[in-house]
Design a protein around this ligand. Structure first.
Ligand code: PEP
Length: 254
């Protein structure tokens, strides 16, 4: 049985005080209100991960994720943070290949494959992002493009390693734009990706792979999106910055 997950990507938002307040609000709400089987992954800016660890109880419903890691374990890479460093402060997940990193930091599938390796070697679970641009959705083979992202970023892994990967389908045209993929569009892509995974690793691995949807998912549309059979939760940006909105999204996944 695959896991339902709702991850909150705070991106580059919140001061230390604000982050602390949001974190404790979300954790208390999860404790009081979430009864079903859904894992909540909070991904604050890296600066706050170490202090966040003390609020987030390991083994509970809430886990911690980083928004990125470097592909090398250590070295002369000023300003960067490695997967072993994240692991050493108790981080559980790491988002890899978010479209903003692909776009603004020119991350390639080849580099992302190395980041995935580094994360897995350190015992972190990668949340591997994929998704097509609006132009590709309207004019090109967008399904093939997203499948290629998965092939190039992940298919070098053994099936044992792949079992620790979460996939997030995030159409770029829906991220931060208020334009959500319809539940049908999300389901169609998630189904295609699951078939693609089955082709590489077999049906049982594919059925166990958690595939999240991301792109303007919010308190209003989450229930409809998560009702689709191949949508196993969400990677949530804007709506993760308000505790009540985020909780509504989390509860829609249980
Ligand atoms: C994201 O950044 O992963 C995301 C899905 O953002 P938003 O929910 O704001 O579209």
């Amino acid at each position: 049985m695959r896991k339902k997950i709702v991850a909150g990507n705070w991106k580059m938002n919140k001061t230390a005080e604000e982050a602390k307040a949001l974190l404790s609000e979300v954790i208390n709400m999860v404790k009081d209100e979430v009864t079903g089987d859904v894992e909540v992954v909070l991904c604050p800016p890296a600066l706050y991960l170490a202090s966040a660890r003390q609020y987030v109880t390991a083994g509970g419903k809430v886990s911690l994720g980083a928004q990125n890691c470097h592909e090398k374990a250590s070295g002369a890479y000023t300003g960067e943070i490695s997967a072993p460093m994240l692991q050493s402060i108790g981080v559980d997940y790491v988002i890899i290949g978010h479209s903003e990193r692909r776009q603004y930091f020119e991350e390639t599938n080849e580099q992302l494959a190395e980041k995935v390796n580094s994360a897995l070697e350190s015992g972190l679970k990668p949340i591997f992002c994929c998704g097509e641009s609006r132009d590709l959705r309207e004019n090109g083979d967008y399904i093939g493009f997203v499948k290629d992202q998965i092939t190039e970023g992940l298919f070098h892994l053994s099936s044992e390693s792949f079992a620790n990967v979460v996939i997030a389908y995030e159409p770029i045209w829906a991220i931060g734009t208020g334009l959500t993929a319809s539940s049908g569009q999300a389901q169609d892509m998630h189904f295609e990706l699951r078939q693609h995974i089955a082709g590489q690793y077999g049906d049982s691995v594919a059925q166990d792979t958690t595939i999240l949807y991301g792109g303007s998912a919010n308190a209003q549309n989450a229930a409809e999106l998560f009702s689709q059979p191949d949508v196993d939760g969400g990677l949530i940006g804007g709506a993760s910055l308000k505790a009540r909105d985020f909780l509504t999204v989390v509860k829609a996944a249980q």
